[in-house]
Write a protein that binds this ligand. Structure first.
Ligand code: PEP
Ligand code: MN
Length: 334
């Protein structure tokens, strides 16, 4: 592990870092890199609280884990610093809403229904990564005020996608969670910029990404100092011809073996079919996911984007009632 000290940290700041490391029974070696002081530490364990203690020190700019497995890295990254509100311990998160934000009054009415049915956050895209350049590309910036109104009037948290670096700051200001979409999973400039924000980042799996590629993409965000990362499985490309993608639920235990980030399952994009969504949501809960992302539209067949996979508010309500029964058995709250 390498600790980079702030430019203004003096000898006292350096001594504080060394004392903290030694308190854990480890040794610290100091070095200069340009005008910066760095401290290298060896022999730490993933169970240690050292990372969170170091990151709280005023003299520390960042801590860079080196040569660790993803599990070790995220154990360090998440120790004491994960505050996305999704921890998978005793609650199950449900992000619900339309594919794209449309008419404001209709969206507000929908958000009220979703909240009542038990959603924890409202999802809705403004900057849409559409397959065809001739399809609706989203309301863009103009829709940010709708999301703000929804948060204000319903108390729901907001998640929306940042499609590019150019509007990341605006999205980070408005949203409670920044979504990075499947097509952007390996957009490293975007990942790095998201890593500089203080908002939790929900990183969707690339539609042809291996787990290792996905976790390395997450590492781009964490390496910039933001380890509030949520992984979202949204289906991968296979030879199936009955669904749009194949929802890979076996990635849930695989992630558990590799790292500590929470996992959200998106059966809407994962299957592309509204009639498959509820059963895949139940399966995700049973398989140990930390939450769901579900597309819901007041009139699914009229949805400007992804009409085939959105479910109605009534279907959402019914599904939530079923999930609540399952969650009670699993001693989770929804
Ligand atoms: C979305 O969630 O609206 C979306 C476009 O998803 P994905 O990036 O998984 O295709
Ligand atoms: Mn969609």
């Amino acid at each position: 592990m390498i600790v980079v000290l702030t430019r203004s940290s003096g000898l006292t700041g350096l001594q504080r870092v060394i004392d903290t490391v030694e308190k854990h029974g480890l040794s610290a070696q100091t070095a200069e890199s340009g005008s910066r002081k760095v401290v290298t530490i060896s022999g730490y364990s993933e169970a240690s609280d050292l990372l969170s203690e170091l990151t709280r020190l005023e003299s520390v700019e960042k801590v860079v884990p080196v040569g660790l497995t993803h599990k070790e890295t995220t154990a360090l990254n998440t120790s004491g610093r994960h505050d996305s509100g999704i921890d998978g311990k005793d609650s199950f998160a449900v992000f619900a809403g339309p594919c794209s934000i449309e008419n404001e009054e209709q969206m507000l009415a929908l958000a009220g229904q979703l909240k009542k049915a038990g959603a924890t956050a409202f999802r809705g895209g403004l900057f849409k990564p559409r397959t065809s350049p001739y399809s609706f590309q989203g309301l863009g910036e103009a829709g940010l005020k709708t999301l703000e109104r929804i948060r204000h009037e319903t108390g729901l948290k907001i998640i929306t996608e940042a499609l590019g670096v150019d509007h990341l700051e605006q999205v980070a200001e408005t949203a409670d969670f920044i979504q990075i979409g499947s097509r952007n999973m390996q957009n490293t400039p975007l990942l790095k910029e998201a890593g500089k924000t203080d908002k939790p980042v929900m990183l969707k799996r690339g539609m042809a990404a291996t787990l290792d590629e996905w976790l390395n993409a997450a590492e781009y965000v964490a390496a910039e100092g933001n380890s509030n990362i949520i992984l979202c499985e949204r289906g991968i490309r296979t030879f199936t011809d009955y669904s749009r993608f194949t929802l890979d639920l076996s990635v849930i235990p695989a992630i558990r073996e590799r790292c500590g980030y929470p996992v959200i399952i998106d059966p809407s994009h994962g299957t592309g079919k509204s009639s498959y969504v509820a059963s895949m949501c139940r399966a995700a809960l049973a398989a140990g996911a930390d939450g769901l992302m579900v597309e819901v539209h007041p009139h699914p067949e009229e949805s400007i984007s992804d009409p085939g996979q959105a479910i109605s508010p009534a279907a959402f309500k019914e599904m939530m009632a079923d999930l609540r029964k399952m969650a009670a058995v699993l001693q989770l709250s929804i």
